[in-house]
Ligand binder design. Structure first.
Ligand code: ACM
Length: 728
């Protein structure tokens, strides 16, 4: 991910603390063991009995439709895997002991389906092959988990009646192969997982500062130069000094391989949307062809993360290059949409370039943002002339939207809302809910991530339909997408760890009706779904069981910690002395009172085995802990953590990384808080801690100045900070 320079100043500040279903059709949460389908179908009616697959079971196609045949072929391959028996689909109308596929034009939604399982037959009805394919994904999740690992002794599917259709048409997952390259097999596995979750748009981020990953025949140096960097940053971007591994890193997909991926995805009813970044994130291409930059000087493919100033120059050489590239891209990718990036394009080079300044004047553009808009509009015109449409990140709003562009709203939802109000289509993918490269727990042993904190329940809580749009404008919200930027994701095992189960939550956000979504019901189904992912050999994180802590300061009562989740069959045990937690440690039943320095560790156990990530909180009591606090302005929404009480709840914010609940961030406004100690109290120290994490978009205040006051001696210095006597 690559969003290091947000146009605001963020100051972080912390006073050191010493201190049955719910589906409208009646789907039931009561039997998640039998019906653990993710995403939750629109209507699922549980029935008695089961359909048993035998050696005589047939797969019958009531129509010669190609889509239906593709879908049925997937069922046949599942059945071979599960039973070891080849059950080739054949034409036929109705029979006992059969899976029957029928096209049904009366189904209103293009991707909708109905699935009826009785003890005698399984009937799939769909308007299109896509709908039938989704019915099979549902069937697959109704089959025993063991089918994923291979043969089962017997294969039975519980009886059920399902009617289903997606909420959104764009149900996307993005994969950045620029920062780290993933093999064709890995990309196929990523697509398989999308298919299992009924996702239908694979956004393939193919070009970056750190590597150009698609063969372009007309420009061979994209393969020999732009696809290789001489070394790669090790550790986090914030580390000082930054370190490198000294190893060359290369990789690109041949056009044949890209075509193979397109075909593989299409067989799973997934459209591949390629992204060719412009005008920013272009360093690798400029390293190969320096004339594409504004200075014409030699450049190197990026070796560290972040945003680079060296961007495409809006000159004729660049436009010719990009048109040639996109011509080859369109030959590979049949997608209506081509993503042309548009994000994070520093304007430094354009400001310094006489050519760019002249271009701005000649075209009566307002400024460099106008020039970016000119750039994007020119590329849009080219693509529109070939019958394609562009998608761009929300920066394409700046300087004026290209007339037919679809906006991918990532810096929150404001861009998406503004675009919808201008009658443009929108895909919602705000960092706060959809960036799966963020940390997913507060545990200090989480593998290295870019920053942030995006736990599973927060992903699940997302509703992509903004409240302040008219019904007509709402129609422009095409859907939602999870993004997987790979700066800190070097291999497929870490990829699946970061993506799942949060992508399972996004799938439900994208598919299931808002009114029927329920986090407890989701996690009950997820506990089985996770086992399926494991049986598939995937390294998914087990985050539904993570112990979450809720530290509250209750006036008059002091500091309390609540632990969750409370789930059937799961116990939370804890220790308060920092010792390892086992099933014989204290059993959690109600909020814990914290009155002195301690280390709280808590872990979920299922059948005596630890599940999910342990939580750890270090309490250091100080004279303000548990007292009352007021703030004259609240932290910025995105960086609000536990709110003002973070400063007086006795918990020390982690120094390893920004994220979680204990650091508060402020954008633009000064920070002012007053702690009422309740009585005249002698103080011997005031400690202030700041977090400096530019790689996580967290910055110190420009001046190391705070104005801390107490009733006592004035003008004392504490570290670099002058402490004043309070005015009242
Ligand atoms: C982005 O994350 N820069 C779109």
């Amino acid at each position: 991910m690559k969003k290091l320079f947000l146009p605001f100043l963020l100051i972080t500040f912390l006073i050191a603390c010493k201190n049955d279903g719910t589906g409208p059709g009646g789907s039931s949460s009561s039997d998640a063991a039998r019906y653990h389908v993710i995403p939750q179908p629109v209507s699922l009616i549980e029935m008695q009995g089961e359909f048993k697959v035998t050696g005589d079971t047939k797969v019958l196609l009531a129509s010669n439709d190609e889509g239906l045949k593709t879908a049925a072929a997937h069922l046949a391959s599942l059945l071979i895997k599960a039973t070891g028996t080849t059950i080739a689909p054949m034409e036929g109308e109705a029979a006992k002991d059969a899976f029957i596929f029928q096209l049904d034009p009366s189904i209103s939604h293009e991707e909708g389906y109905s699935l009826i399982v009785t003890p005698y037959e399984v009937t799939v009805r769909a308007k299109t092959g896509a709908g039938a394919f989704y019915a099979i994904q549902t069937l697959r999740q109704l089959m025993p988990i063991e089918v994923e690992a291979g043969k089962t002794a017997s294969l039975a599917i519980p009886c059920v009646e399902i009617t289903d259709q997606p909420r959104y048409t764009h149900r996307g997952m993005m994969l950045d192969v620029g920062r780290h390259f993933f093999s064709v097999d890995d990309v196929k596995k990523y697509i398989d997982l999308m298919a299992l979750h009924k996702m239908n748009r694979f956004h393939w981020h193919l070009t970056e500062d750190q590597g150009w990953r698609l063969e372009i025949k007309k420009y061979p140096k994209l393969q020999t130069v732009a696809a290789c960097r001489k070394e790669t940053l090790v550790g986090h971007y914030n580390d000082t000094p930054q370190k490198y591994d000294g190893k060359q890193y290369c990789g690109y997909y041949t056009q044949d391989q890209a075509r193979e991926i397109v075909k593989y995805a299409a067989e799973r009813f997934i459209t591949v949307i390629p992204e060719i970044e412009m005008p920013g994130h272009a360093l690798a291409a400029i390293a190969a062809y320096p004339e594409l930059g504004c200075t014409g000087k030699p450049a190197e493919v990026g070796t560290k993360w972040g945003v680079y100033d060296n961007v495409f120059c809006p000159n004729e050489a660049t436009f010719k290059f990009l048109e040639d590239v996109l011509t080859e891209v369109m030959e590979i990718f049949p997608s209506k949409y081509i993503h042309i990036g548009g994000d994070e394009c520093p304007k430094t080079m354009w400001e310094q370039s006489a050519f760019c300044q002249n271009l701005i004047k000649q075209n009566n553009l307002k400024d460099e943002h106008g020039l970016q808009s000119y750039f994007i509009q020119r590329m849009e015109k080219f693509l529109n002339s070939k019958g394609r449409s562009i998608i761009g990140w929300d920066e394409i709003l700046e300087g004026g939207l290209a007339p037919n562009a679809t906006v991918m709203s990532w810096r929150g939802t404001d861009g998406g809302i503004a675009a919808a109000k201008q009658d443009h289509d929108v895909i919602m993918t705000p960092t706060d809910f959809c960036y799966l490269d963020y940390y997913q727990s507060q545990a200090t042993n989480e593998p290295l991530a870019i920053g942030g904190y995006l736990p599973l329940d927060k992903v699940y809580s997302y509703n992509p339909d903004p409240a302040d749009l008219t019904p007509e404008q709402q129609k422009h919200i095409l859907g939602v997408q999870a993004n997987l930027w790979t700066e800190y994701i070097p291999d497929f095992a870490k990829l699946t760890y970061m993506a799942y189960p949060r992508a399972s939550a996004i799938a439900e956000v994208a598919w299931s009706p808002q009114a029927s979504r329920n986090y407890d019901d989701f996690t009950a189904r997820l506990s089985y779904h996770q086992k399926r992912l494991k049986a598939m050999g995937l390294n998914a994180a087990n985050k539904a069981y993570d112990v979450k802590t809720n530290v509250t300061v209750v006036p008059g009562k002091g500091i309390e910690v609540g632990l969750s989740p409370i789930m059937d069959g799961v116990e939370i045990h804890y220790s308060l002395d920092g010792n390892d937690v086992s099933p014989s440690s204290l059993l959690y039943s109600q909020p814990l009172k914290i009155e002195k320095d301690c280390i709280l560790r808590a872990q979920s156990f299922e059948k005596g085995q630890p599940v999910g990530t342990e939580a750890e909180l270090r309490f250091r009591m100080h004279k303000a802990a548990g007292k009352q606090i007021t703030m004259s302005n609240l932290p910025a929404e995105k960086y609000a953590g536990a709110g003002p009480s973070a400063l007086i709840n006795g918990v020390h914010g982690s120094v390893e990384r920004y994220g979680g609940m204990e650091w508060l961030g402020f954008e633009g406004k000064d920070f002012e808080a007053m702690v009422d100690l309740g009585a005249v109290t002698e103080l011997n120290a005031v400690t202030v801690r700041f977090f400096n994490g530019p790689g996580q978009w967290v910055y110190l205040s420009q001046e190391p100045v705070g104005r801390y006051c107490w009733r006592g001696q004035a003008n004392t210095r504490i570290g670099q900070h002058r402490v004043h006597q309070c005015g009242r």
